[in-house]
Design a protein around this ligand. Structure first.
Ligand SMILES: Cc1ncc(COP(=O)(O)O)c(C=O)c1O
Length: 407
């Protein structure tokens, strides 16, 4: 693909990317600008962005609150190191405790990504019980660092990097496997689960799973740690997905939407799990810097001021109802604006590409599922445009599946 520069000459940007960037995939387009739910590539092609930087851009692109907060805080104080506290960091910790409902006893550690938040959670589990297993679920995605990767049981991701950290086990994401885990004589230090497995194609846990997991972990002295990196900060229509289940975990990990596009991650602890870390056991140079913290505070305030959680719920329902009956759609799953659209054939890659060619960004996490995670700010226009373009993309792929199907 070529890029036309202002002087009229062209560059092969994919060739340049292949030459200069680590060979790790990606590079679907050369994007240079965004506004609201739209992004533009260097050729001026507009895309309706229904992936939102993989469930990150909660306020869409170039939101004035985001842009003004970054500019103001950058011109005031952006980084001081973890030898110091800042008002922005203290405000964010208090907000997260309040939103998560930890009460007085909660504690917050601020990092820079979901992976780092999960590394912190792994260390929390070790501090809780060094001899117990850390257990995660098949299909989980918790990150790519060697610790978080050990909790991400996918051969293609893990095998090149073995040996991974020891003391980790995986169980099927079923109630039976959960019961069997705690019926056995293995000591469990922590159970780490995503309330909805985003990377596995937006797969919710079985009904009642989190409540039973809470009962069993409490009864066996294990921590219940929820990875809310993708589901948290309002994505499901609740501030955190566990709040729909009426339980309180021992810890949650957060990132993605927390600062709506500015790198930030967090571990929030509840109850006695808040007393496990002590000076010298963990830290981060950049984590909790005033710039990232100020952006997160402003994002949370904007979500509250505009009642965006209600919009997340309402638009999610509209989108799910809207895709039902489109060609190839076999059902939907997820919550709020984290939606998996199940396809009746393993053609998700083709659907994603057909959507892209029509100016719509969606993602195909598995062969038969399309994931959408648009901005919390979407309105009637974005929903209507999505349904129109997505319907056309599905019809095109359906026609190649079965030439009888009208395109
Ligand atoms: C549930 C979950 N946990 C952890 C991560 C890793 O987060 P990050 O890419 O910010 O390190 C992701 C990323 O997709 C995720 O979806």
């Amino acid at each position: 693909m070529t890029r036309t520069k202002p002087d009229g000459t062209t560059t092969d940007w994919q060739g340049v990317a292949a030459r200069d960037l680590m060979s790790l995939g990606g590079r679907l387009a050369l994007l240079e600008r965004g506004e609201g739910s739209y992004v533009w590539d260097v050729e001026g092609t507009r895309y309706l962005d229904f992936l939102g930087g993989i469930a990150v851009n909660a306020l869409g692109h170039a939101h004035p609150v985001f842009a003004e907060t970054v500019a103001r805080q950058a011109a005031t104080l952006s980084h001081v190191s973890n030898y110091f506290a800042t008002p922005q960091q203290l405000e964010l910790a208090a907000r997260l405790k309040q939103l998560a409902g930890t009460g007085e006893q909660g504690r917050v550690f601020l990092a820079n990504s979901g992976t780092e938040a999960n590394e912190t959670a792994i260390k929390l589990a070790r501090l809780h019980d060094r001899d117990g297993l850390i257990v995660s679920l098949e299909g989980a995605f918790h990150g790519r660092s060697t610790g978080a990767l050990a909790l991400t049981p996918k051969a293609a991701y893990q095998d090149p990097f073995r040996p991974l950290i020891p003391g980790v086990a995986h169980i099927a994401p079923t109630l039976d496997a959960l019961e069997a885990l705690f019926a056995g004589d293995q000591r469990v230090s922590a159970l780490v689960v995503e309330p909805i497995q985003g990377e596995a194609g937006v797969l919710p846990l079985p009904d009642g799973y989190l409540r039973r997991a809470r009962e069993l972990t409490t009864a066996h002295g294990a921590l219940l740690i929820l990875d809310e990196v993708q589901t948290g900060m309002g994505r499901t229509g609740h501030w955190f997905a566990y709040q729909a289940e009426g339980i309180a975990p021992d810890a949650i990990t957060l990132a993605k939407g927390i600062a709506a596009g500015f790198p930030l991650g967090a571990l929030v602890t509840f109850g006695a799990a808040s007393d496990l870390f002590y000076p010298g056991t963990h830290n981060s140079t950049f984590g909790g810097n005033p710039l990232a913290s100020a952006v997160a505070n402003a994002v949370i305030q904007e979500i509250e001021d505009r009642d965006l959680l209600a919009n997340v719920t309402a638009r999610g329902e509209e989108l799910r109802a809207g895709v039902e009956g489109l060609p190839l759609v076999a059902g939907t799953r997820g919550a709020g604006l984290l939606i998996g659209i199940r396809l009746s054939a393993p053609v998700a890659a083709g659907v994603r590409a057909a959507a892209h060619a029509r100016g719509l960004i969606v993602n195909a996490p598995t062969d038969d599922a399309i994931r959408i995670a648009p901005a919390y700010t979407i309105g009637d226009d974005e929903v209507a445009q999505f349904l129109e373009i997505f319907g056309e993309a599905l019809a095109e792929v359906a026609a190649t599946q079965n030439p009888e199907t009208p395109a």
